[in-house]
Design a protein around this ligand. Structure first.
Ligand SMILES: [Zn+2]
Length: 290
């Protein structure tokens, strides 16, 4: 599942490839990709034709391109959605779902999605929102890389919750853009166990963790994301290499680079959590929320 760094990498690609361009034609292949668009494929393509993408925006893992008429193209990458820049006539990728042509010619923009959990829809943008946020995602919290992210507000809200710290990091209404991989990495760096009760954390603990979240997300961004899945690629078709830098995620049984203890994998919310048993000790019973 693409997380913030992967989506940001795609956003930057779209900024270079799509913004400022007048759309002349859109083709949608099969109904699934626009299943969340109320009017269906015909309405989707008709409303895009003649419009211009004015920006490429992201909040957490959500990606959207505002148009010049107050709407926005909202894209969910799902498990395997990809935007690809291509020359017209270039061979179609497998699982091509949509194709955008522009008045100025090359390149065209393609949306491919093997597993079809991703999708595209047009949404109205919220009035007076700085980034023309689509109405359907206004409830999503800002992410820690956003210049408007409120660290004090986050810290206070987190410490009011009665939950475990990793659950809180994954809660998109509290903070967006942190998925399983980067949560595990940031917790390892901050030497915190994933079940640490948020209401027992000191403000300084939260600050330290936030700093590590930002470090991990920025490092992943510089690497172009994590190619944890061969299906994830940037708009230029290249996959990221941050997976080589992962300290705990996917490293069960390997030695912790800090202390040498074997990394553990434990079941967590129908997925897994990876931690160092020595650097990230289990909290005492009163300070844990599983
Ligand atoms: Zn360790």
């Amino acid at each position: 599942m693409p997380e913030l760094p992967e989506v940001e990498t795609v956003r930057r690609g779209l900024e270079a490839v799509a913004v400022g361009r007048l759309i002349t034609q859109v083709e949608v292949f099969g109904p699934r990709t626009v299943r969340r668009h109320v009017g269906g494929a015909a309405d989707f393509t008709a409303r895009l034709r003649g419009r211009t993408f004015t920006a490429a925006c992201r909040r957490g893992k959500y990606l959207w391109l505002p148009l010049d008429d107050g709407q926005a193209l909202l894209a969910h990458l799902g498990m395997s959605g990809q935007f690809l820049a291509a020359q017209q006539g270039e061979e179609y990728p497998a699982h091509l779902r949509a194709r955008f042509s522009f008045a100025d010619g090359e390149p065209e923009l393609r949306f491919a999605d093997q597993r079809t959990f991703g999708g595209l829809l047009l949404d109205e943008t919220a009035p007076n929102s700085a980034q023309s946020v689509p109405v359907s995602i206004t409830h999503i919290a800002l992410d820690p890389l956003d210049s408007s992210f409120d660290r004090n507000g986050f810290s206070a809200a987190l410490r009011r919750r009665r939950t475990g710290i990793k659950r809180a990091l994954l809660d998109q209404s509290l903070v967006s853009g942190i998925g399983n991989i980067y949560a595990d990495e940031a917790l390892w760096r901050a030497k915190l166990h994933y079940a640490r009760a948020t209401d027992t954390m000191r403000r300084a603990d939260v600050e330290r963790l936030l700093d590590e979240v930002v470090v991990v997300l920025n490092a992943a961004l510089r690497a172009g994301g994590t190619s944890f899945d061969a299906l994830y690629v940037a708009v230029n078709g290249e996959s990221g290499w941050f997976d080589r830098s992962l300290e705990v995620y996917g490293r069960e049984g390997e030695p912790c680079s800090r202390c040498g203890a074997a990394i553990r994998r434990e079941p967590f919310m129908n997925r897994s959590s990876y931690r160092c048993p020595r650097c990230q000790r289990s909290p005492r019973p009163g300070a844990a929320r599983w």
